[in-house]
Design a protein around this ligand. Structure first.
Ligand code: ACO
Length: 324
């Protein structure tokens, strides 16, 4: 029998320390007004000294599992999306696996920067659909604060740290878009955009972690175009129109990109989940953090149609449609 991936639970974790725009403006040539007007960001969370991506990921995962009375022993797959792993290797997922007490199955990382969570969800969903896994944990976790050039006002004001996790479980696939579960995922990349958004370090180039470098304006232009295409692709694949979407849960990179997508889909602003004002861009963590928030406060409910999209370094972009 074919399977489908049902979203059973969400969890989130944000580091305690909050950094406001005014704090940044006190030591950089920027202002709260510029950051709010151009991006929608008002503050971001920053990991404490010694607090690593696996620490954030483990708490988000534990919260998701605890909410449905599960432990790591109930899982047979962890896919963790991050561009800021604890170490070059092993995978951060392996550390999380050990800390959750999971001793079987597989755990590995996926790297697609800000699109990482959509990629990880797609990998886990495919494993469930093919019967390779029954219960999967999908995590997006980042400590981007560690790879920012804190003197570059064009990038350091944009990012924050955090983690979000989803538990997926195999259920019989009843077919069609009305049945609950992941309906489809859509992944794209175009490596000719590699240098538009990258980190100027890495084990094979400089041997140090490096810092984020971004052609913000070019990325913005690509994001609006590519996200529109992939959202259309996801709806068309499921023979759905935009008015069927209950919630748009976009990657939180820039409020203006999010508003443009909502408008293009004809969705009223109250159907778009926004966290960028409080979290900034947490890269692979932004979509699961937004999902966790909107399901915990009762906005996203069972049976509703959730559209996720993201765009990031690579360039990478993707979308997922989920009947919650
Ligand atoms: N404070 C004040 N001024 C600033 C700041 C700042 N923090 N940053 C840039 N500026 C200045 C620039 O120097 C420039 O000044 P100039 O006109 O004198 O040269 C001016 O503001 C305009 O700069 P732009 O880069 O053209 O501003 P823009 O409106 O494009 O906003 C931003 C910049 C916010 C970075 C935007 O381009 C953006 O959000 N891009 C997309 C980012 C994104 O989507 N990333 C995707 C994923 S991230 C990932 O995968 C890791």
């Amino acid at each position: 029998m074919p399977f489908r991936s049902l979203v059973r639970a969400c969890g989130a974790y944000l580091p305690q320390r909050v950094m406001t725009n005014d704090e940044l403006a006190a030591r950089l040539d920027t202002s709260n007004d510029w950051i709010v007007q151009r991006t929608g960001i008002r503050q971001r969370h920053i990991a404490a000294d010694g607090e690593t991506t696996s620490d954030l990921a483990t708490v988000a995962a534990e919260r998701a599992l605890a909410s449905i009375g599960m432990t790591g022993a109930d899982l047979d797959l962890i896919v963790l999306a991050t561009a800021t792993p604890d170490h070059t290797f092993p995978a951060t997922a392996a550390k999380v696996q050990a800390r959750l007490g999971m001793r079987r199955g597989a755990a590995f990382d996926v790297q697609a920067v800000c699109t990482g969570f959509i990629y990880a969800l797609s990998v886990a969903d495919n494993a469930i659909r093919t019967g390779q896994a029954k219960r999967a944990l999908v995590i997006g976790a980042e400590t981007f604060s560690r790879i920012l050039d804190w003197n570059d006002r064009g990038t350091c004001v944009l990012f924050g740290d955090g983690a979000g996790a989803l538990v997926l479980e195999a259920v019989p696939d009843e077919g069609g878009s009305a049945a609950r579960g992941v309906l489809s995922t859509h992944l794209h990349s175009d490596g000719t955009g590699y240098e538009l958004l990258y980190v100027d370090g890495g084990p094979s180039t400089s041997g140090v972690a490096g810092h984020v470098r971004m052609e913000g304006h070019e990325i913005f232009r690509h994001a609006v175009q590519r996200l529109a295409e992939v959202v259309d692709e996801a709806l068309t694949a499921n023979r759905l129109k935009a008015d069927a979407v209950d919630w748009l849960v976009p990657h939180q990179a820039n409020r203006r990109i999010i508003d443009a997508m909502g408008k293009r889909l004809g969705l009223p602003p109250e159907k778009v989940v926004i966290t960028i004002d409080r979290h900034a861009n947490t890269s692979a963590a932004s979509v699961p953090l937004a999902l966790a928030e909107a399901s915990a406060d009762g906005r996203i409910r069972a049976g509703q149609l959730v559209l996720m999209e993201a765009m990031g370094g690579g360039l990478t972009w993707g979308a997922a449609l989920v009947r919650w």
